[in-house]
Ligand binder design. Sequence first.
Ligand code: MG
Length: 389
Amino acid sequence: MNDRIQSVEVFPLRIPRDVPYLGALEPGVTVNEKGCFVRPGNRTVYSTSDHCVLVRLTTAGGLSGWGECVSVVAPQAATVIIRELLGPLVVGRDPMDSTAIFEDLYDAMRVRGYFGGFYVDSIAALDIAIWDLKGKLTQMPLCKLLGGRRHERIPAYVSGLPAPTLEQRVEMARLWTSRGFPAVKFAAAVADQGECREMARLREALGPEVKILVDLHWRYSAAEAIRLIRKLEEFDLYLAEAPVHAEDIEGQAEVARGIRTPVGLGEELRTAFEYLPRFLKRCMDVVQPEMGRTGITSFAEICQAAKMFHCRVMPHASIGIGIFQAASLHASAALPHLVFHEYQHSIFDRNLRFLTGTMSCADGYFTLPEGPGLGVEPKPEVLQYSMSS
Ligand code: MG
């Protein structure tokens, strides 16, 4: 077990897709020379391709650990941070010191004001690879290293409904619920007839038992969000996600007090430090950490803090080939306060072809990959999608 990290390799990926994440482009939306466009519904930049950043750490003893971070656009940013700054700082370190390494990397730029954004995304990729090495060195699956496997399977909710018309989205929701998925989330950013109409049609089509969640994509003021969510509550809303601007902590708390539905927050936050003021003001009932932005060390800290503040956990699922998704499932399996894990079928299913291992999602549940560490590795052919840099 006395092995040390010897080399760091970084692979920014661009995987083409026929239809962009969240569905076809809205009328009038154009794609720029970098392959990016802005969705008018949430004023957020997306790429027409799937991007992520992979990391491979190799030890002196010849073991490989894999990590990945979210990089929906401009994956070169995290790539340069890892290659030029963070990678050299982990060479020579013992992977069994995962928490110390995470803290050291976080501390290394704190004084310069970098304690979020692309910087922590980059730490996340390395942290996941370090935990993968830890599992391989100890021959233990990650969930065991995180304290024990509480869940044999991870309950999944279907997210996104990427289809251009309301009736097609309703049909997609009906298809997934008929396959045994008990919960569905729709996206305000693409609800072209408005959230109320979308909710009403989904409830009408899916019946009273299916849990319906809405992602409000930080669109509203607190007063607007409360008014809207109260209308959605007439159709038995299960969770209201990201109702107001991410910076509006007072507004988040006001919404949580003003509605009956649980509020979910946190996909954009990376550390327990960022969550803390929201815990203290009781801004949410459910935290939604994104493993591809937090890494395993910070994800576990956020979930521990959530337990102290009696919040439950529904991890977020972003665009990746499945490395950080595997980490997220393992971390979820160790949680007593897990409710669901998000399931992005249009990403997860198509990218499984790039992985070794037994991870899957069917009949309403994720199956955890078996084996030491993450239990998955990228197949060599995925590296054909590496971007030149
Ligand atoms: Mg969301």
